[in-house]
Ligand binder design. Sequence first.
Ligand SMILES: Cc1cc2nc3c(=O)[nH]c(=O)nc-3n(C[C@H](O)[C@H](O)[C@H](O)COP(=O)(O)OP(=O)(O)OC[C@H]3O[C@@H](n4cnc5c(N)ncnc54)[C@H](O)[C@@H]3O)c2cc1C
Length: 396
Amino acid sequence: MQVHMDTIAVLGAGSGGAMTANLLRRKLDTDEADIVVVDRSTEHFYQPSFYLIPFGYLEPDQSRHVDDLLKPGVEFVHDAVTGVDPGEKVVSLEDSADLEYDYLVVATGHRLDPTATPGLLEAWQETDEVYPFYHYEAALEMGEALRDFEEGTFLVTQPDTPIKCPGAPLKMAMLAEDYFRRQGVREDVEVIMTRNAEHHFGVQPYRDKLYEIWNARDIEFRENFSVEEVDPDAGVVRSADGEEISYDLYAPVTPQFGQEPITENSPLTTGDDEHGGEYVTIDKHTCQHTEYDDVFALGDCENAPHSKTAAAARKQSHTVSENLLAEMDGRPLPKEYDGYAACPLLTEKGKAIVAEFDYEDAISAPVESKMNWIMDVNVLPSVYWDAWMKGYDPLP
Ligand SMILES: Cc1cc2nc3c(=O)[nH]c(=O)nc-3n(C[C@H](O)[C@H](O)[C@H](O)COP(=O)(O)OP(=O)(O)OC[C@H]3O[C@@H](n4cnc5c(N)ncnc54)[C@H](O)[C@@H]3O)c2cc1C
């Protein structure tokens, strides 16, 4: 007699998906469940490197093949998800047959859409001044432009959509200001960053510490600036209020959304009114879907109000794996995610503040130190690849 073995499908082999699949494989023997990971890409990038590569602070080679990341016993399907029917428990794929599942983990991240800001894509493709560094290719290309930059305005903007790593544009502004100083051109350069909000960083006490640093180093913050369009011919960014900022070198953060196969072709996001249906609706503590008990989600694709970081996905992967096992056994869900996120704020070459916070409070002190830089730039990449992504975590 054939015994039914459960299939756990994990959508996405990025930070959240790879960690969760490997954690589950460590907890479940191969005769207890099949674990199938689907990703349309075979490359997994260490995205926190994207603001370090342009300055030469990390080598450009920052990706691993998904096959090398997933543990033996985890099946990888290289294909694009085109939709999910949680009623029938089926994932539809672009090239392969439908994937039937018993349990589903959604970790499809953010979709970057440079076309959502008129003029942005043209400015990136057709000029040498614009580098949307959230894209790996732009981060690679930006190094030469930074080295050649001698005078004018260096501009960083943020879109109105939620973004992953809300600290990344601030790091880009601070590292660039420091870089221009080291290059001996700082006096001829203006550094400006915009955001469509009152403040440049949401969480205290890090915000006040950052204002202190920005004031001392003359980095300008323009608040309540909603980017309306980029005009590559004029070298200008215009806001919804008609304000204009001219740039000579420009690092925009690309507008970000949910993945269309999930937002348009599944009912998994429909309960998310606050975000216009862009995000998979989960309980912010258990990471279980609000409607479908056999569906969990983590990372950038869901609506829990945490900062969208790999640090958050790392913590959530433990919650998802333990709660999914409990769901399989019919037990109450044992683990609650507390909203933990961490953001190493690199303030200059050799110095950083590590902002750590959860749903309730700040956790770490707003202290700038060399040790924080060493931890983030020299230690964390190996921990990311060789421990967290493999499902080993000394501090789960
Ligand atoms: C410039 C930058 C700097 C950052 N800095 C930091 C930092 O310092 N610290 C930090 O903790 N985090 C940082 N982050 C954020 C961090 O990288 C993300 O929060 C994290 O990767 C989220 O993990 P995820 O699994 O949700 O999404 P991702 O890691 O983006 O993975 C999503 C995966 O889903 C796949 N996918 C999407 N749609 C489909 C589909 N239809 N079919 C098949 N596969 C699909 C994608 O190919 C991808 O592999 C940074 C990000 C950027 C861009």
